[in-house]
Design a protein around this ligand. Structure first.
Ligand code: ADP
Ligand code: MG
Length: 244
């Protein structure tokens, strides 16, 4: 049986009076691609952000690779080394070149040599199809290229798990495909991935599991063919009818 990479048990998170995550349970096994879908405001980003400790849960358990993680007992940088994240709005360092963006965390967080970081960064830039852009500044790139740099930058820490929060939502439609195909390649290489997306085609094609969230709760989990063709829950069906 493949290893459980992420296990979430009864996770709760509130912002003030707003109860955003309500007893969320989730399990992600090695090499799984999980697509998290649901309306805006349902808690998808908060769930991802809790998984790499950009938000601190109120209660419940987060178990990463068998290890229950707490901010009190863990160096959160270690967790973020295992769990990479890609955001809707790239967040590249504007004053650094493409390759410097990719080298930054390995050099400053992992303390590897610049020479080695540069070699590894180049391999990653090739992988995302941007080797020719190594010395360019982000402002010269298209949104799709920026997002591929952001993916390379996350991969540079050699994470075991990658989280994607609407990685294509800020892109012009013609640039969505290049980012999705980079993600698909990563999935095919066996990366464990949790992807918040509105790209139902991607979810249908690449996901092993689709998780539908509504109002802070996981309403339904299933294989894409079941979720899209035969959702069990009325809420799931209504959501899919509204987006498909
Ligand atoms: P989704 O990603 O599904 O659109 P979010 O997780 O971003 O949903 O947000 C869920 C709810 O939590 C929303 O009502 C949002 O306004 C609220 N929220 C998210 N982050 C914060 C925050 N840092 N402070 C206060 N409220 C927040
Ligand atoms: Mg969100």
């Amino acid at each position: 049986m493949s290893q459980e990479m992420i296990k979430v048990e009864k996770l709760n998170k509130s912002f003030g009076n707003l109860h955003v995550l309500k007893d969320v349970d989730m399990s992600v096994k090695e090499s799984d691609v999980v697509c998290l879908i649901g309306a805006s405001g349902s808690g998808k980003s908060t769930l991802l952000r809790c998984l790499n400790f950009l938000e601190i849960k109120d209660n419940g358990k987060i178990i990463i690779e068998g290890d229950e993680v707490n901010k009190e007992s863990h160096d959160l940088n270690d967790i973020r080394t295992k769990v990479g994240m890609v955001f809707q709005h790239f967040y590249l360092f504007p004053h650094k070149t493409v390759i410097e963006n990719v080298m930054e965390a390995p050099v400053h967080v992992k303390k590897i040599s610049k020479k080695q970081a540069r070699e590894e960064a180049l391999i990653l830039l090739k992988k995302v199809g941007l080797a020719d852009k190594e010395n360019v500044y982000p402002s010269k790139l298209s949104g799709g290229q920026k997002q591929r740099v952001a993916i390379a930058r996350a991969l540079a820490m050699k994470p075991d798990i990658m989280l994607f929060d609407e990685p294509t939502s800020a892109l012009d439609p013609e640039l969505v495909g290049e980012v999705l195909s980079t993600m698909k390649e990563l999935a095919e290489e066996g990366m464990t991935m949790v992807v918040v997306t509105h790209e139902m085609g991607f979810a249908r094609e690449v996901a092993d599991w689709v998780v539908y969230m509504h109002d802070g709760k996981i309403v339904e989990v299933g294989h894409p063919e079941d979720i899209f063709q035969n959702p069990k829950e009325t809420r799931t069906k209504e959501f899919l009818d509204s987006v498909l």
